[in-house]
Design a protein around this ligand. Structure first.
Ligand code: NAG
Ligand code: NAG
Ligand code: NAG
Ligand code: NAG
Ligand code: NAG
Length: 392
């Protein structure tokens, strides 16, 4: 249940530091801005009628997509996202994890680095992605809008990947939460009574809850893979409140990057991922389905970290091996399946601890780990807390 704590820490961080230090502490990028490739995106914040779990409701989206559009850029690109607000609500978009070097005002949190974008208004986020590569996410940063307004932010590296496996395809795997109720009502009720929010009704993978929920068999992610090939899963936890375990039946995952920072690769039976976090893993389709269905369950469920009620359900999708004959055998209703035996139980703190302890930065020549090894006496460290005086 780190979601809210994470967000409020984030806000605290911005308030104290971003406006002050970041503006003064980093040098101007040496290349002139005219030589930097510019990537333009148009985001329309708009309602879209969406049905899940037999509940149809107006969902806040970007460009009518749920999850929202994937941003794909190259390291070093200048990104310009024109956000137009077409709903009778305020909104902003936050580029979660992007270091806004000298562009703090493009960061997105409403009332922290900008006034909200009002109905009918447009705001262009303009920032350059410098010295970062990998998977991040973007999401709305106004009240609980990030419940449905989120998407992947993928930065291709300038240099080749530091791992040798040839990657057949990049597959975004984005976890989210679905409420049958209007999320504004859920948030308002929480604020009114001061307790936790009502639990979500489902977890989703790429917006799809999967067959363990009512009315959801048709809303199931099926990812086709080819035997012998290796895939880069770009896993994003866009759920609001829950740390999740994720595993793929009969397959291991090799972690190579977390939060757009390369790690020393390690192989694991499952991962744990906190809200707002991203994890890149390599998955090799190394099973021999033979006469079996060629379907392997991928599943996510929460790591139980709270005494408050929470959504304890499980979302699943399928990894589906391409058949040599090309004949589709695996349409819904699906063949019998069970949860992956390598999916940790919800109380598995031992797994969570073991997993976290394996994380090491790559610390290679190309990607050094420049952590200060000595504590410097306050030398030229200027802290410039500032208060926004702009009245929104
Ligand atoms: C949007 O934000 C402005 C500025 O903070 C505020 O005055 C207005 O009431 C908000 N509108 C809505 C619909 O919440
Ligand atoms: C974006 O920012 C760059 C450099 O900070 C500036 O040169 C450019 O004019 C800006 N573009 C827009 C559309 O604001
Ligand atoms: C929250 O859950 C309670 C108990 O199930 C229910 O009575 C209430 O209507 C829910 N609130 C919202 C906003 O869905
Ligand atoms: C997957 O692993 C389980 C044990 O966890 C085993 O029973 C099953 O036969 C395996 N399935 C396939 C298709 O290899
Ligand atoms: C999930 O929570 C509900 C209600 O809080 C409880 O009845 C149910 O047994 C729990 N399920 C699991 C798998 O823990």
């Amino acid at each position: 249940m780190v979601g809210e704590r994470g967000e409020s820490m984030e806000i605290f961080f911005y308030q104290l530091f971003l406006v002050g230090i970041f503006l003064i502490a980093f040098p101007v990028p040496s290349s002139s801005s005219s030589s930097i490739p510019v990537r333009h995106f148009q985001f329309n914040v708009e309602w879209k009628k969406v049905t899940r779990l037999c509940h149809t409701k107006q969902l806040l989206t970007v460009n009518g997509e749920y999850p929202g559009p994937t941003i794909i850029i190259n390291e070093g690109d200048n990104v310009q996202v024109k956000v137009t607000n077409r709903v009778a609500r305020n909104t902003t978009i936050h580029w979660h994890g992007i270091r806004q070097l000298r562009t703090g005002w493009a960061d997105g949190p409403a009332y922290i680095t900008q006034c909200p974008i009002g109905t009918g208004k447009t705001y262009t986020y303009n920032f350059t992605v410098t010295n970062q590569r990998g998977t991040l996410l973007w999401h709305a940063h106004y009240s609980w809008q990030r419940a449905s307004v989120y998407g992947a932010f993928i930065i291709y590296p300038r240099m080749p990947f530091p791992f040798s496996a040839p990657v057949q395809a990049h597959i975004p795997i984005i976890f989210g939460e679905w409420w049958n109720a209007d999320v504004d009502a859920v948030e308002n009720e929480m604020t009114l009574y001061g307790g936790g929010p009502n639990s979500s009704d489902a977890y989703t993978i790429n917006g799809l809850p999967g067959p363990l929920y009512p009315c959801s068999i048709k809303d199931t992610l099926i990812q086709t893979v080819e035997r012998g090939k290796t895939y880069l899963l770009r896993i994003i936890n866009a759920a609001l409140n829950d740390e999740l375990f994720f595993a793929v039946a009969n397959h291991t995952l090799t972690v190579v990057e977390i939060d757009a920072v390369y790690t020393k690769p390690f192989t694991t039976s499952a991962i744990m991922i906190a809200p707002g976090q991203t994890t890149n893993v390599l998955l090799t389709a190394n099973q021999n389905p033979g006469d079996s269905t060629g379907m392997y369950v991928m599943a996510a469920r929460p790591y139980l970290t709270s005494v408050f009620p929470f959504d304890n359900s499980t979302t699943i999708g399928f990894l589906k091996y391409k058949t040599t004959t090309g004949i589709e055998r695996n349409k819904a209703p699906y063949p019998p399946y069970s949860l992956p035996s390598n999916l940790p139980p919800m109380e598995d703190t031992a797994f969570a601890t073991k997993f976290s302890k394996q994380l090491r930065s790559l610390a290679s020549v190309d990607y050094p780990c420049n952590v200060p090894k000595e504590v410097e006496k306050a030398r030229n460290n200027h802290y410039w807390p500032k208060l926004a005086r702009l009245s929104c």
